[in-house]
Ligand binder design. Structure first.
Ligand code: FAD
Length: 288
């Protein structure tokens, strides 16, 4: 278990604290994943650097169409934000699906993404939004696309013992764009998801300009079905094309059988259902 617990109030101070401990400290935000992992011995840290009091890591802003969300913003704040509900509904819907009110009040966007689980709700939405994460370390800051965020199951490319994520940014959805998120679980209370899907579409009149789909847990990381997305680009936004994209996503997805999440056959069927459902809702939103 940890021996020291620090509260930096600036990003520079947090980065310096991580450097001072030479890999023996770790960023903590809401602690809803990390405290359990420290208790079970799955992770070790001598010192925890709590980023929840750093003002620059909180809040949601929009400048020149680009929405920026501080990494320590909670799921409850994201789900309730009028800006996110209007300009990135998929993310508001995903944040509203996380755990329970207690978990949404403590858990943060940064923790959800950096914990690197293949079905992390807000990570799936951010991936479909083509978001980027601002990573800050002793060497400076850089923007990392969500598509390059994961090194493997449960492993992100950001080492939280030397670096922190300050914010996420993406282009807000406007005219002729829409999005949607769906999560299928065995029950409505806290339960592992059977399948989660996010969709973001851009239309030009009756046709798709582009469609982004992300799915979990069907691969070792949050996953985008490239063939389904490629099929939709330039096609009429019609039910038969959405059904074909759902079929392509279903062919490429690799959900495993699990006692807690159902059989792989059932989950594969549900991939097609959720892709169809989220794409249709996103198209309807884009037309409103
Ligand atoms: C009962 C329960 C139900 C849950 N239900 C869901 C659910 O339905 N959907 C879902 O997706 N998740 C769920 N979770 C998982 C968890 O709540 C979320 O992943 C949450 O968003 C984690 O955020 P946090 O701020 O608590 O992260 P923490 O536990 O503080 O940190 C998680 C990891 O991210 C790193 N980290 C955190 N912030 C930063 C940062 N800014 N920069 C660098 N590294 C950082 C930490 O070092 C740690 O490795 C549940 C957890 C519990 C206990």
């Amino acid at each position: 278990m940890w021996q020291e617990y620090l509260y930096p109030v600036t990003v520079a101070e947090a980065v310096q604290m991580l450097a001072d401990y030479g890999g023996r400290a770790r960023v903590i935000a809401g602690g809803t994943d990390l405290v359990l992992q420290l208790r079970s011995g799955e992770r070790q840290a001598f010192c925890l650097v709590d980023v929840s009091r750093i003002e620059k890591l909180r809040g949601i802003t929009e400048t020149d169409e680009i929405i920026t969300i501080g990494a320590a913003t909670t799921h409850a704040e994201v789900a309730a934000s009028p800006l996110i509900r209007r300009r990135a509904e998929v993310l508001a819907q995903a944040a509203a699906e996380v755990g329970s009110p207690q978990i949404r009040n403590r858990g943060t966007l940064g923790g959800n993404v950096l914990n690197a689980q293949p079905a992390a709700d807000t990570a799936l939405a951010l991936l479909a939004l083509d978001a980027q994460a601002e990573v800050v370390g002793q060497g400076g800051a850089y923007w990392l696309p969500m598509s390059e965020m994961y090194a493997g199951p449960g492993v992100s490319r950001v080492d939280s013992s030397t670096k922190l994520v300050r914010a996420f940014r993406f282009r807000g959805l406007g005219w002729q764009a829409g999005s949607s998120y769906r999560r299928l679980g065995k029950c409505k209370s806290i339960a592992l998801p059977v399948i989660c899907a996010a969709a973001v579409v851009h239309l030009d009149g009756a046709k798709f300009v582009s469609a982004a789909i992300s799915l979990g847990p069907v691969a070792p990381r949050p996953w985008r079905p490239a063939a389904a997305e490629a099929w939709l680009a330039g096609q009429p936004a019609a039910d038969e094309n959405i059904a074909q994209a759902a079929k392509l996503a279903q062919q490429d997805a690799k959900p495993r059988s699990s006692l807690l999440r159902c059989s792989s056959d059932y989950r594969r069927e549900m991939v097609a259902v959720l892709v169809r459902d989220t794409l249709s809702s996103a198209v309807a939103a884009a037309r409103r």
